[in-house]
Design a protein around this ligand. Structure first.
Ligand code: NAI
Ligand code: 15L
Length: 269
């Protein structure tokens, strides 16, 4: 896959925070963008197909994937939640996406993984894509599962994936942790473009971050993507550092996954 435009690209999670941004910025990458979510998506825009779908419904996802050359898979629960919710949307959901890809011949997936695959590392640790995962909850575990699903579908069926362990992709960084983890929307879009069009990616894991001054993650294992971020959290430093500093024992200062490391338990106890 080395042309610069696809026939039909599927975007799941298109009604979400990142989906709403990418619905515009991915448009030049395909003749038709098929957008999907379980929430309302509004009317189809030019060169779009709107397909509501619950990712936990295998048959519905099978129909959703049919006719698509590639998939940008953002859909699912995006925060720490009880296991049963994560199971339906993320664990079953990612399985349904890959099965659809296998059955209908989609050759490339961009999987929105997360820094929470490694959230229990300390902020003093330095990692690359070979570092063992250290998930910080059921959500992080579901992203580890998604990455392993990608690896298996590549080895077994040749479907290629770039798993982007997104740090924090928001309009602007607003706290100290985000000074390390921030990924601008422009850099996210470029990383997805590289992920879709770089040949022979196999299963590549890349940390999704802008060119921030102090980073925890080394992307040398993904150098073949040629990703060169254009933005940095640095212009926001003064404003961020004017906000109160969290206590020394606050998880947001200790762990890479920040507050996610302290969520739960969600049982009756
Ligand atoms: P979001 O929560 O705003 O969007 C997720 C979308 O998935 C929502 O529109 C939701 O309706 C949809 N969804 C949930 N369950 C579904 C189901 N069963 N069937 C169909 N659709 C379902 O999250 P956001 O911030 O846009 O993130 C997008 C993706 O990127 C997520 O997979 C998230 O885990 C991942 N990510 C995002 C980061 C960020 O900083 N925004 C950081 C790391 C990962
Ligand atoms: C994520 O995985 C979440 O989806 C997002 O909402 C942020 O919380 C981000 O990680 C983060 O760690 O900042």
């Amino acid at each position: 896959m080395n042309e610069n435009r696809l026939g039909r690209l599927l975007l799941t999670g298109a009604a979400g925070g990142l989906g709403r941004v990418l619905r515009d910025t991915l448009k030049p990458m395909a003749r038709i963008l098929r957008v999907s979510d379980v929430q309302a998506l509004g009317d189809a825009q030019a060169d779009e197909e709107v397909r509501p779908c619950d990712l936990s419904d295998k048959q519905a996802v099978d129909a959703l994937v049919q006719g698509c050359d590639a998939i940008v898979h953002l859909g699912g629960v995006s925060v720490e939640r009880p296991f049963e919710e994560i199971l339906e949307a993320n664990i079953k959901g990612v399985f349904h996406i890959y099965e659809g890809a296998r059955r209908h011949g989609a050759r490339r997936v961009i999987f929105a993984s997360s820094n929470h695959t490694v959230g229990f590392y300390r902020q003093t640790d330095r990692l690359d894509a070979r570092s063992p995962t250290r998930p910080d909850g059921y959500y992080g575990l579901s992203k580890v599962y998604g990455e392993q699903m990608a690896s298996f579908y590549h080895d077994r069926y040749g479907i290629e994936t770039v798993s982007i362990r997104i740090g924090t992709s928001v309009a602007e960084p607003t706290d100290r942790r985000m000074m390390h983890t921030w990924l601008s929307f422009r850099d996210l879009t470029e990383l997805i473009r590289r992920g879709l069009f770089t040949p022979n990616v196999g299963h590549t894991v890349v940390f999704g971050m802008s060119a921030n001054r102090e980073v925890w993650w080394d992307n040398s294992q993904a150098a073949h993507l040629g990703y060169a971020p254009a933005d940095s959290s640095e212009p926001f430093r003064q404003r961020v550092e004017a906000t109160p500093e969290p206590a020394a024992d606050d998880p947001v200062r200790i762990y890479q996954g920040g507050v996610f490391t302290a969520r739960g338990p969600f049982g009756d106890d």
